[in-house]
Design a protein around this ligand. Structure first.
Ligand code: A3P
Length: 296
């Protein structure tokens, strides 16, 4: 536990079949009944798929490349985290959102089926980012090591199995990416891929601009591209999570801005792990037209 006794590695509790950290599950009613507003923008991801990167891009697009404005506060203050909940006196994401003036840009890691219904009633726009399962698993493993509120990941040898079973915060990667993929045909959802963003960041930033109805100059696009590179964000205290209390995020275990690459999984998966992973992957992804790239 932290010295003030507030934080510890929270156990997971099922909410409609999805494991969530206990404080979130305990206060679930509040999330479920959240009232979205029509001009809310939701940035939705499975944890470690590129949330922070997209948040920085969106903030710059909305603020038309104003670098000073996006330095006004750290990521977690600029974008309230819908479902996050800690023991009092720390305000929950919902408490903060209720006080936040419109237009709000909201972060969530919720599975599609858990998103409060009001977002769909209000026809809100959503940007979803998905990342290939193997890199996502590696990134999540390091995050579980450094984030002292997440369940202990245990040894890497066992973690791959834990991840495949969906026995981690926010549940199964498969359910998450597949259900959001299906949802994109019903709602205003821009479905993006981390690998595409790495391959051609400007092309992907343009997609975000179009989706948000922002027609920005090449000059501004270039600024956004520069400011949201991995290195620029790693060096930016307003984007690299170093301002977060170190009793929760311990960057000495693993920095939040860790590697930012496609294909780092090859440095972690053993041959056997890879075979087990591929077999399960094939079964779970059968019948979807959702495809991921494991190298670029
Ligand atoms: P790695 O652990 O593989 O380095 P999230 O923001 O959803 O928690 O995702 C974090 C992951 O995105 C980390 O991956 C982090 O390094 C990576 N990331 C953050 N900013 C990035 C950027 N500008 N370019 C590429 N990757 C980035």
């Amino acid at each position: 536990n932290a010295p003030d006794g507030t934080f510890y590695r929270f156990p997971l509790r099922l909410v409609h079949g999805v494991p969530l950290m206990k404080p979130i599950a305990d206060d679930w009613q509040k999330v479920e009944s959240f009232q979205a507003r029509p001009d809310d923008l939701l940035i939705a991801t499975y944890p470690k798929a590129g949330t922070t990167w997209m948040q920085e891009i969106v903030d710059l697009v909305v603020n038309e490349g104003d670098l000073e404005k996006v330095k006004r506060a750290p990521t977690h203050i600029r974008f309230p985290f819908l479902e996050i909940c800690s023991p009092p006196p720390i305000p929950s994401g919902i408490d903060i959102l209720e006080e936040t003036p419109s237009p709000r840009i909201i972060k969530t890691h919720l599975a599609y089926k858990l998103v409060p219904k009001s977002f769909w009633d209000q026809n809100c726009k959503v940007i979803y980012i998905a990342r290939n399962a193997k890199d996502n698993a590696v990134s999540y493993y390091y995050f579980d090591l450094m984030n002292k509120t997440q369940p202990d990941p245990g040894p890497w040898e066992k973690y791959v199995d834990t991840f495949l079973k969906g026995d981690v915060g926010w549940g199964s990667w498969f359910d998450h990416v597949i259900d959001w993929w299906k949802a994109k045909d019903k709602h205003r959802i821009l479905y993006m891929f981390y690998e595409d963003m790495k391959e051609d960041p400007k092309r992907e930033i343009r997609k975000v601009m179009d989706f948000l109805g922002k027609n920005l100059s090449e000059n501004i696009l270039e600024k956004i591209y520069q400011h949201t590179s991995f290195q620029a964000m790693k060096d930016n205290p307003m984007a690299n999570y170093t301002s977060f209390p170190s009793s929760i995020l311990d960057h000495s275990c693993s920095p939040f801005m860790r590697k930012g690459e496609v294909g780092d999984w090859v440095n972690h998966f053993s041959e056997t792990q890879n075979e087990v992973f591929d077999a399960k992957y094939k079964r779970r992804m059968e019948g979807t037209d959702l495809n991921f790239r494991y190298s670029i």
